[in-house]
Design a protein around this ligand. Structure first.
Ligand code: ADP
Length: 497
């Protein structure tokens, strides 16, 4: 199958969050399974160029339409992580991708609309069309109506379009005139059954456009798929998703085990696996040595206590009040707590900086407010418990990484967290499938109800705790199964089922 992914992020060269990892992980597994995969992204000036080899131009002077004029784009190709990546570089006076950032410019809507039109124009002009055009999030979603309404009538009838929604909170709402700027007459699509926004009636919604016009729509876990159709988690798009439920599916994300692997992790001084952990006695072996290293690195006391950690972007979605509660109560629970995170929201960043000062010399609590890849790996490896108290979470990667590194997740029952973590005591799943602690209420009492049980088990039942750790490490959340599900989804679309 020939598959083209169109996205605004790609790890490791243009990464803001989980989207970048998903596009890389899924593409890599598809290509390992023998399919021809390409990824189309904007040629941002802030790309990590060291990650790209074999750079060459594949199309000069690709003409694309924006605000009544045709302008030239260069499309160049490069190899990233053994995958073929195509970069679109618009030669427009607005210099859309020369902003030193991926998102956060005032004209993000216009930047990505312009990218979307050029991307589909490129695929149309090429000699061989792909079988599947896989769009990610609102930045690429408008390509679905472009294909259905503009390019199919021109004879571009073979490719099927798939939209994956990675987070319902970001929808790309704009004026009908913005749509007209890329050639889709705004007034025509400003209707409830097309792109009109269901909450802000004067606007159009690019993500909704993808839901209405793509041949297939997915989101990143089955439980989140249910939530967004039936509850406010749909953020106003529930009705659109219900109307198109026949083509909508939740497919769980995978984790890249070639990168997240305690057996080979280049950021760790010693390595371990599910096998070596099973052979080691509780609280001995490589993982406990790494716990010592982590405490030494962060100047935490070396005492017989469980180490709780949290790694997250500090935004309201991640359950900030609960994270603060765990930091404040760590010492009285006879535990230790580490937070690694940074916030794009200034008042939240300021609040956590104050907490960082408050705990700067504390023997049991530490906050690190930067993006630190190496430290993240040591935290996953050296901790006992990992908290993910999100208010909502489409899939979540950190709980999957924690499992792989033998750190027991304590998570809120929402979105993909509910699909991946089964409570050791209350789940109705088979005992072998239970891998952590789960709570419901999004408040201090809620998280305490799970965390207290985890801490009690750590102190009182070290053998059972050790079994739980080893069981989590053996869970398979690789890209293998999710990719098979995507392939089945693609095939059903191609064969009209
Ligand atoms: P989201 O995409 O909403 O940020 P995910 O759980 O899908 O959440 O992915 C978060 C990823 O970002 C994980 O790989 C996590 O380890 C990483 N991460 C988050 N904050 C930091 C940080 N401060 N330093 C290093 N890695 C971080």
């Amino acid at each position: 199958m020939r598959i083209v992914h169109i996205a605004s992020e790609l790890a490791p060269l243009a990464k803001v969050g989980g989207l970048a990892d998903v596009v890389l992980g899924l593409s890599r597994e598809l290509s390992w399974k023998g399919h021809e995969v390409e990824i189309l992204i904007p040629a941002y000036d802030c790309l990590d160029a060291q990650q790209i080899t074999d750079r060459h131009i594949v199309m000069d002077h690709l003409l694309s339409f924006y605000k009544g004029e045709w302008f030239s784009n260069t499309v160049w190709s490069g190899t990233v992580e053994q995958l073929r990546v195509l970069f679109i570089e618009p030669h427009h006076s607005r210099r859309f991708f020369e902003r030193g950032c991926i998102y956060g410019a005032e004209d993000d809507i216009e930047r990505f609309l312009c990218f979307a039109r050029a991307a589909i124009e490129f695929l149309y002009k090429r000699s061989v069309p792909p079988d599947i055009i896989h769009l990610h999030d609102w930045q690429a979603a408008v390509i679905a109506p472009l294909v259905a309404e503009m390019y199919r009538p021109l004879g571009f009838t073979h490719p099927k379009t798939v939209l994956t929604i990675h987070n319902m909170n970001y929808q790309g709402k704009c004026l009908p005139a913005d749509l007209s700027s890329i050639g889709l007459e705004g007034g025509r699509y400003h209707r409830p059954e097309a792109l009109q926004d269901d909450l802000d009636g004067h606007l159009v919604n690019l993500l909704k456009g993808g839901i209405v016009y793509a041949d297939g729509v997915t989101t990143v876990s089955p439980n989140y798929a249910n939530e967004v159709m039936r509850t406010d988690e749909g953020r106003g798009l529930q009705a659109a998703l219900q109307a198109h439920a026949h083509k909508f599916k939740g497919i769980l994300n995978g984790l890249d085990y070639s990168y997240w692997n305690p057996e080979t992790d280049r950021f760790l001084s010693i390595h371990y696996s599910a096998k070596t952990m099973t052979q080691a006695a509780p609280r001995e072996g490589a993982k406990s040595q790494l716990k010592g290293e982590l405490r030494a690195a962060l100047r935490l006391a070396q005492e017989q206590r469980p180490l709780i950690s949290c790694i997250a972007r500090l935004i309201p979605q991640k359950g900030i009040e609960m994270i603060k509660h765990v930091l404040h109560t760590a010492a009285e629970r006879k535990s230790q707590c580490i937070l690694l995170g940074s916030s794009p929201i200034p008042h939240i960043e300021a609040e956590f900086q104050a907490l960082q000062q408050q705990y700067a010399h504390h023997p049991h609590v530490r906050l690190i407010l930067q993006h630190e890849e190496a430290l993240a790996h040591l935290i996953y490896a050296g901790s006992d418990i990992f908290i993910v108290p999100s208010l909502f979470e489409p899939c979540g990667l950190t709980q999957l990484i924690a499992l792989r590194y033998g750190t027991v997740p304590v998570v809120r029952r929402t979105g993909g967290l509910a699909d991946t973590i089964a409570d050791i005591e209350t789940s109705d799943k088979q005992v072998e499938e239970r891998n952590g602690y789960v709570f419901d209420a999004p408040d201090a009492q809620g998280i305490d109800s799970a965390l207290d049980r985890a801490i009690a088990c750590w102190f009182d039942y070290p053998k059972q705790w050790h079994q739980l750790v080893c069981r989590g490490m053996r869970c398979d959340f690789s890209w293998n199964h999710p990719t098979t599900r995507y392939l089945l989804f693609y095939e059903q679309l191609l064969h009209g089922r």
